[in-house]
Design a binder for this molecule. Sequence first.
Ligand code: ADP
Ligand code: ZN
Length: 738
Amino acid sequence: MDLSPCTSGHKTASVAVTAPIDKLLDYAIPASLSSFVHIGTRVKVPLGRRMVWGFVLSVSTEEREELKPIAEVPEDSPFFPPHLAAFYQRAAAYYHHPPGEVLRTALPAGITGKVQRVGVVHEKKYHALDVADQPKGARQQEILSWLRGRKEAFGSEVGAVFPSPTPVLKRLVEMGLVGEEEVERRRDPFFDLPVDPDLRPSATEDQGQALASLQQALAGEVFAGFLLHGVTGSGKTEVYLKVIAAALEAGRRALVLVPEIALTPQLVARFRARFKSSEHSIAVLHSGLSEGERYDAWRAIARGEVHIVIGARSAVFAPLDRLGVIVVDEEHEASYKQAEGFRYNARDLALMRGQMEKAVVILGSATPSLVSYHRSREGFLHYLRLHHRVLGRPLPEVELVDLAGRSLEGSLSQEMLDALESNLQAGNQSLLLLNRRGFAPYLLCRECGAAFHCPNCAITLTYYQSRRLMRCNYCDYAVTPPVACPECGGGQIEPEGAGTERLEEELAVCFPEARIARMDRDTMTRKGAHQALVSEMEQRRVDILVGTQMVAKGLDFPGVTLVGVVGADAILNLPDFRSAERAFTLLTQVAGRAGRGERPGKVLIQTYAPAHHALQHASRHDYDGFYREEIEYRRALEYPPFGHLVNLVLSGIEGEKVAEAAGRLCDSLQACAGAEVEVLGPAPCPLFRLRGRTRYQILLKSALRTPLHRLLARLPALRSAVPRTLKLTLDVDPLDML
Ligand code: ADP
Ligand code: ZN
């Protein structure tokens, strides 16, 4: 902390206040506070008759009489280094979002309120004592030999492997075979994960070439963007680790973005293992942190104590100084785009930030987004390719199972059942993807064909058999299914189609001896549940894992040799110009989960449309072929990467008012759009009603960004004609237009 008097004599601060205001506001810096007010300082300032929080984005020596003074400065050091002020402002300008709201999103939640401290948590930790005796009970033996295999384990870690182990552990302690102690437990769920020994392999030829380019750019201290394209298992993570080591060596810092931190425990563990012995400290920003912990982590980064930050999309705003490398792993993932409020894309902001801080930015993926791949072809990104899986492991063979004209008993074809059976016989693990939660997508009256819709959203209610409930997957509305059809009074109401819950049940009937588990948003709600299931899979306590797209993400199970895709068509048929890209990506990613160990893998994809180009190219692992075909559709329709999009959504309770206002807004946009911007709509959104609101969209499209931004700059004026009861959201570079 710098307590020396402020010699520069700053008199005015420009502040981003946490309110929906499009520009910075100027405040006078009182002499008593002048040594505490810097760029990045949090301040309390008057706004109208309220007091609000804000962040100082610039200071000047100009003195202006009419300004209101800053009221309070709670911390004595800034929240971010000065150069980040420009980045936050540029992000605000690009997405046409109020700068104060951008900062509210960027900084740890709770910072604009009172920060709570969290209490220390204690937990029992167990270790096997140095006695050779064997207990009698089978469970006792099992747990003891597991404990003997590791040095020590927390109760919760034992619990992740063995169901309710506490009584057994207690007995083992009484028998003098196990010792226990009460210790303080860090709340960081990743901190105590067992870390596998770090192998530090020497680079393969492909890795060596990629590293040479990356290190050259790093040494030049200029911005350079790279696309690192390599199939799953080709050694991308190893490249990140090595280039980050080089950056740290040069006294610089690294930022690693991952799609969802809870789903990438293996990556975090590898970073820990690699950098554990060095002096370098890693901060993992994840949703499991309490507000207090997040605040502490942020402050530690701002003080320069952290060398590597790993986190999901919001970590792109982390207050690191002297950035050398930014990694965006699985850059194709839609979760880099925030879907609400400040709708930024962390991948794009990573490139913007890298440019401003002269850092190396690596976008890594087995299936790059079409946009990134196109950028690399146009020369905006350097293209690095890892051609093969490490150790020459072959990619799995993919077979398309044509369902056309067949009537299946359940969801599984004979081919799929046979493959599962023989995989089970061989003692291997299988993974099944069905991208639908619940028991069935809807309940249907067999007599009149009536289905049940959510009263708030234009969507059918998903049926959950285990809880006898129909629930909306968008707004969580839930009801018990009726006994008789409300339309015709008929009593034959049955589930139609299948979700993961039903598939799990079907498998249990077909393979009664198999150990089956399910991974989806419904089973993974409990904290630590995902981690527990991952370690069960790793220890081969599961034979068949059923799940939604979650199973396609970032996991590496060497025992999986069969991957089955149960319904490829549901993925292909979304009303979105990116549906083919999504399907190709998801299928290629899930296929990549097969055969990562010593035994080769096999993939079966059930579909009604085996000729679809996304399926054809996915079955041949042919990214380039898919790109060449798909890019022509985009070019013809001027969709990204050839055109830039902005989606405006107008919503409200009264449908007619929304339609009318959308029409008027569209007319006025058209009037000032000019020839370079196309104004499309208004049209009802595909999800016409959502959470009780009717929604219309207006799509702006242009081959160039500048005219789009010019038009958006006029939006605040045009928006004043929209009734205040309606909500207008603005999405620059939208991903999801449902
Ligand atoms: P990706 O991130 O592309 O999926 P990884 O970096 O996870 O690939 O590598 C896949 C596996 O191969 C990992 O188990 C990793 O430890 C191992 N590996 C990576 N690079 C090498 C190498 N040069 N030599 C030997 N093994 C390697
Ligand atoms: Zn709903």
